[in-house]
Ligand binder design. Structure first.
Ligand SMILES: Cc1ncc(COP(=O)(O)O)c(C=O)c1O
Length: 388
């Protein structure tokens, strides 16, 4: 099927919920992707932080293929080895104890909210303005973007949204009826918004003081992206519940909700479930991904290349108002709507993501090299300078 036909069929038969760039992507190799016509692009979108090992990793494909040939989804009526191996691994890495597996970020948040309410027997949840946690009813209730919530009211009761990065806003809102505070270590969809120094420590302390749980949404920041496996390691705190998804299985759908044992115990038989959650294909993909991240020291690479990338971005003279981020989660805020820059980059074979209208967001595979960063910067500089 040619590209035109694919785009026409999409308009006819796919619900129009996405603003797509007008290229059809067919395959990828490392930090490059190729369209239907064979054009090669540098990919700094990285499947929105999912393709953490880069595209077309042969060993990854082999491992997943082997699992598919063995068995795909015997379901949670039975035990499977890949699921327990992954749970043990994530418990070890997080310093927490028990996992619940689902199929997406939003679902991992749903599990966290249910668990927090069941464990604390309280209903109040404090979340943050402009925060993003997903689009299902529970996760949308935690999300702090009015525009995407208002058409779907009423959402779950009990949610309050406070200014992100402001410890006073939490102190003024938290009460003995608060079940949990849910925050992102860095707000991703809001435009790579960094909190003040020690913000997570303040959240931790507020939770401790009021008997509330700290739920950390590491769906975008997790799996090494910020230069630590979990972003909370930068702050030397430990949440009660942490959620992962996106990069965990290198693009294969998975969600994980990880909790301390005494909290996890509050979920009994039948309290939560998922037909596909924790299936051996997704878990095998995640086991391979996590092992590869550790073996190839990709967390360190994210820290090193991220630092280099941010330094280089600062040399883009035309346009950027601010450059923010940690590791390979970087935002370049422009003075005005950056849609033209995104399109200009695509025309020059560089894919970047745009969020919060003015922020060019970079979430490349953690395997990215200095050369690819340099090549990307060459294009960005040229496009940004032409636009201003
Ligand atoms: C921080 C954060 N939480 C939750 C989600 C929702 O994840 P999903 O789209 O897999 O449901 C996202 C997705 O962008 C996210 O960035």
């Amino acid at each position: 099927m040619d590209a035109e036909k694919i785009m026409t069929l999409e308009k006819e038969h796919i619900m129009q919920t996405y603003s797509r760039q007008s290229i059809v992507l067919e395959r990828g190799n490392g930090c490059y992707v190729f369209d239907k016509g064979g054009k090669k692009y540098i990919d700094l979108v990285g499947g929105l932080a999912t393709c953490i090992l880069g595209h077309g990793n042969r060993q990854f494909a082999e491992a997943v293929k082997k699992q598919i040939e063995k068995i795909t989804n015997p379901t949670n009526l039975y035990y499977t080895e890949e699921q327990v191996k992954l749970a043990e691994k994530l418990a070890g890495l997080s310093g927490l104890d028990k996992c619940f597996f689902s199929n997406s970020g939003a679902e991992s948040i749903e599990a966290a909210i249910k668990l927090a309410r069941k464990h604390t027997k309280k209903t109040g949840i404090i979340a943050t303005k402009e925060g993003f946690h997903g689009r299902t009813f529970g996760s949308l209730s935690a999300t702090g973007k009015e525009k995407i919530k208002s058409p779907f009211m009423p959402l779950l009761p009990g949610f309050e949204h406070v200014e992100y990065g402001n410890p006073d806003a939490i102190n003024n809102t938290i009460t003995k009826d608060t079940a949990a505070i849910i925050v992102e270590p860095i707000q991703g969809e809001a435009g790579i918004v960094m909190p003040c120094k020690d913000y997570l420590k303040h959240v931790r302390e507020a939770c401790n003081m009021h008997g509330a749980l700290m739920i950390l949404d590491e769906i975008q920041t997790g799996c090494g992206r910020t230069g630590k496996f979990f972003a909370y390691e930068h702050d030397k705190i430990k949440p009660d519940i942490v959620t992962l998804a996106k990069g965990l299985a290198n693009g294969i759908p998975i969600g994980a909700t990880i909790a301390k044992d005494e909290i996890a115990k509050s979920f009994g038989k039948g309290d939560h479930g998922s037909t596909f959650g924790g299936n051996p294909v997704a878990c095998c993909a995640a086991n391979f991904t996590v092992d590869y991240i550790l073996k190839k020291r990709l967390v360190k690479n994210a820290a090193i290349q991220g630092k280099y990338f941010m330094k280089k971005l600062a040399s883009v003279k035309s346009g950027p108002k601010e450059i923010r981020g940690k590791g390979l989660m970087i935002g370049m805020e422009m003075e005005k709507d950056a849609g033209k820059i995104q399109k200009g980059c695509m025309d020059k074979r560089l894919l970047v993501n745009l969020t919060a209208e003015k922020v060019i967001r970079f979430l490349p595979p953690l395997t990215i090299s200095r050369k690819i960063i340099d090549d990307s910067l060459g294009i960005l500089r040229e496009v940004a300078e032409n636009e201003n």
